[in-house]
Structure formats: C-alpha cells, structure tokens
Design a protein around this ligand. Structure first.
Ligand code: ZN
Length: 192
C-alpha cells in the first residue's frame, strides 16, 4: 500500500487552476485511507464533489470496500443455497442473491447504462436484463453495457451469465448482445 505522506507536501504554486478537481484524491482511490487533511481545500476530487466523484466511483476505495462486502454476502448465500435441501429455501436464497445485486447496481452504478451482473443466478440475470430492456424502451436508450464475466462455465458455483444470455437470445425480442472487442467480459446490449 502507498504510504507517501501526501498531506505534508507543500501545495505547489504552479498547479494551474484548470487542474483543480480533475483527478480523484489519492486518499479516496482504491487502497487509500479515505482521510485527506486538506479537506475542502484539496484540489483533487473528494466524495463531497458529487457528480465528479460519482463519475470515478469504480476507482474509489469506497466502491472497492462495498464490492468486497457484497461479494462476501453473495458467496455466503450461494453456500447456504448449495447445502440446503429445501427447494423453497433454495429459491429464497436465489431471490436474495439477485435482489442484492440489483440494489448494488442502483447504489453504485459504475457508469450510466452499465450493469454488473456478476454473481446473479442465470435466471436472475435473464429477468434483470428483461427489466433493463423494458426500461431502455421507456427511456429510449439504445445501448447499455452488461458486465457478465468471461467465463463460459460455472466456476465456484457462480453461474456463467454470458452463456445464459447468449443462449437465451430468443427471449430478448429485438435485442442484440455484442461482446466488446477489447473486453469480452462485457456485452453491449442494443435494443431496436
Ligand atoms: Zn484530498
């Protein structure tokens, strides 16, 4: 972890005004301690900077911590679901898993029209994408991005969402899914 005592560095007079609030403060970056003694005088972006901070949310320590918590919660739910012999209980665990991930996307959207489906059950991901498509049609949004992961097979009980979506194409009338050329773990969803 970076331990530079950034707080004790003098403010350089050659920092141009137009450089203010263009980069995330290192204290709030992934791995940062989330304490900046410059407070509101800091020239870098802080959580209080609203939209500027939200635009960089995926790089923040806050996001990283929340994501770790969610992943742990989801992992435990999958474990409980796996060992339960009660069908109704299994369904309840799946429901909680999928609702948790939908809520995560609402609370911490990585970018506009970007959905992280990691950890959802296959059916949960399909239902979610059907809702996303409905919403896109209402809002007249043409493309969205779906983070599915690259896996073609189930690993550690985490289902292969990409495969589920691509093989269930017939359910998604008038939609296409195209893997991004530079990252095939993300599908571009286009709605006609
Ligand atoms: Zn700062």
């Amino acid at each position: 972890m970076e331990q530079t005592n950034y707080n004790k560095l003098p403010i350089r007079s050659n920092i141009q005004v137009d450089k203010r609030k263009t980069k995330l403060c290192r204290h709030f970056r992934k791995g940062g301690d989330q304490i900046c003694h410059y407070g509101s005088k800091c020239i870098f972006i802080h959580p209080e900077d609203g939209e500027l901070y939200q635009n960089l949310i995926a790089d923040t320590e806050e996001y990283h911590q929340q994501k770790t918590m969610i992943n742990e919660k989801i992992g435990k739910l999958y474990q409980k679901r796996k060992v339960s012999s009660n069908f109704k209980k299994k369904q309840e665990y799946a429901k909680t898993i999928n609702e948790t991930i939908r809520q995560w996307n609402e609370d911490y959207p990585k970018a506009p029209n970007y959905y992280d489906l990691h950890g959802m059950t296959e059916q949960g991901a399909i239902d979610y994408v059907l809702d996303i498509v409905k919403w896109m049609r209402v809002k007249n949004v043409k493309t969205s991005r779906l983070e599915t992961g690259k896996g073609n097979h189930s690993v550690n009980n985490i289902p292969a969402i990409k495969t589920a979506l691509l093989s269930g194409l017939h359910i998604f009338n008038g939609c296409s899914f195209t893997p991004l050329p530079n990252n095939d773990g993300i599908l571009e969803l286009t709605v006609v």
